[in-house]
Design a protein around this ligand. Structure first.
Ligand code: NAD
Length: 472
């Protein structure tokens, strides 16, 4: 299979990159290089932004029914490639194929479907006194995305931006760019007008900064680390461009004393380890009432032992590798520091067996974690769960809120009113009670340093619209 790519998608066609430089794409399960993609330059970004700018008026003025038809055709073209996409994510990211099929492909298809439907029902102009209030597309959107959900994070920006009437220039993560090439093949098949959707691959400091700082980019929609989000905000602030930021998290899973403990711990461990823990919403801190603490630790250790590490293409594998050697080393350092800071190893850890090849870290559970310590405060982005005892509901809320992040969280209790009180007291963008399912129409985004703005559903669409008041 030749996965090497040499071109970008600009102005409705595949064109050669301006420089001959390339970036290697690896397979984290084998540590082999599997492809190269072009390393874009600021000149490539200029070309992409110029194409998007030229397409703006036409796309903004396109009738909603025509935009719906384009998005609908994209959904069909992506669905036809579902297996290839799942295999590509398994290859370049290491997500076990079964999980990749369900989450890495299933979720973005569901999100895209939701925007086909939302685009068909654009918000009607409102009359407020003598004013007609209309919503208009914000303009050219620069989208910069990370590697951990490489199709979902792109679709969560592209679909609402396109539905709103905004052309897009995408820079996917340099670690997982191959899935974006499949997406753009589908975009080409869907027949969007030239310039409406553009792809430039490359590094953050070169292509990412060129997009964020570009005078003709009206909005930057970013998902990634809080440090990069801060840098992008500074670049966009110079020209007062709009930003939407989906950043890191350190979410708390609060297990109250009347919870169904077996389910709460099993689902909690599963959530923390999904995608090898490389999930921004992962419930990485498990807060358990003291009366149930020892029981919960035994259940967590048992659950962790069930996560078989291995080849992402083996159906028996439940946990793949981390995305890169650097990421594996970072996670190992976090584990070592967590233990040095007084954490007690309950499962996994530095000496647990892992496959000889690939960037694996054993599923790890650490108990008695000090809520102020690095392991409880910093995003690890690996299969590492910190367990913290709490005295009562008030204490649980205080520990949950002891974080500079506020992206997601969970509460478990037999008493839904009690769970709701705790959920409302948590300073975070989302809380799931008793393992309630993910809702792709609900607003997704963070409080505090987890971000700005919301994705998904009508809330995600609003990010790409601006209000105009016409008085008469
Ligand atoms: P990252 O911030 O290093 O990179 C994200 C993207 O930004 C990549 O495309 C990268 O090339 C680009 N980038 C890097 N430096 C840049 C710069 N100076 N200017 C412009 N662009 C730049 O993050 P990552 O390591 O790819 O992803 C992991 C992080 O993303 C984690 O912290 C995780 O929590 C966060 N994340 C958040 C969400 C969310 O929705 N809140 C989702 C997924 C990941």
């Amino acid at each position: 299979m030749d996965l090497a790519r040499t071109d970008f998608y600009l102005d409705g066609r595949w064109v050669a990159a301006s420089s001959g430089q390339t970036l290697a794409v690896g397979n984290p399960a084998t540590e082999e290089v599997i492809a190269t993609v072009p390393a874009g330059t600021a000149a490539d970004v200029d070309r992409a932004v110029a194409a998007a700018r030229a397409a703006f008026a036409g796309w903004a003025g396109t009738a909603p029914a025509e935009r719906v038809a384009c998005l609908d055709r994209l959904h069909a073209a992506l669905s036809a490639r579902a297996d290839e996409i799942a295999r590509t994510v398994a290859l370049e990211l290491g997500t076990p194929l079964k999980v990749a099929t369900r989450v890495q492909v299933g979720l973005p298809l569901a999100v895209l479907r939701s925007y086909v439907e939302l685009a068909a029902r654009p918000p009607a102009p409102q009359t407020v006194g003598n004013s007609l209030v209309v919503r208009e597309p914000v303009g050219v959107v620069g989208a910069i995305t990370p590697w951990n959900y490489p199709l979902h994070q792109v679709v969560a920006k592209l679909a609402p931006a396109l539905a709103a009437g905004c052309p897009v220039v995408l820079k996917p993560s340099e670690l997982t760019p191959l899935v974006s090439y499949l997406l753009f093949e589908a975009i080409h098949d869907a027949g969007f007008p030239p310039g409406v959707v553009n792809l430039v691959t490359g590094t953050g400091p070169v292509v990412g900064e060129a997009i964020a700082a570009h005078p003709d980019v009206d909005m930057v929609s970013f998902t990634g680390s809080t440090a990069t989000g801060r840098r992008i905000s500074h670049l966009a602030a110079d020209r007062i461009a709009r930003v939407a930021l989906e950043l890191g998290g350190k979410s708390a899973n609060v297990i109250l004393d009347d919870a169904d403990l077996a389910t709460a711990v099993k689902v909690g461990v599963g959530n923390a380890f999904l995608n090898s823990g490389q999930t921004c919403t992962a419930w990485t801190r498990m807060l358990v009432h003291r009366d149930r603490y020892d029981e919960a630790l035994a259940l967590a250790a048992q659950a962790a032992a069930g996560y078989r590490l291995g080849d992402p293409f083996d159906p028996a594998t439940r946990l793949g590798p981390l995305v890169s050697a650097a990421q594996r080393d970072r996670v190992r350092d976090h584990i070592a520091k967590g233990l040095a800071d007084g954490g007690r190893l309950v499962a996994g850890g530095p000496d647990a067996a892992v496959p000889g090849r690939g960037f694996f870290v054993a599923p790890t559970v650490i108990a008695d974690v000090d809520p102020d310590s690095a392991l409880a405060q910093e995003e690890v982005f690996g299969p590492v769960l910190a367990v913290i005892p709490v005295d009562d509901d008030e204490h649980a809320v205080a520990v949950a809120n002891n974080s500079r992040y506020g992206l997601a969280g969970a509460v478990w209790s037999a008493d839904e009113e009690r769970a709701l009180r705790v959920a409302r007291a948590m300073r975070t963008g989302a809380v799931d009670i008793n393992g309630a399912p993910f809702n792709p129409l609900a607003p997704f985004g963070g409080y505090k340093q987890s971000g700005l703005g919301r994705e998904l559903g009508s809330y995600g669409l609003d990010e790409f619209l601006q209000l105009k008041a016409i008085q008469r």
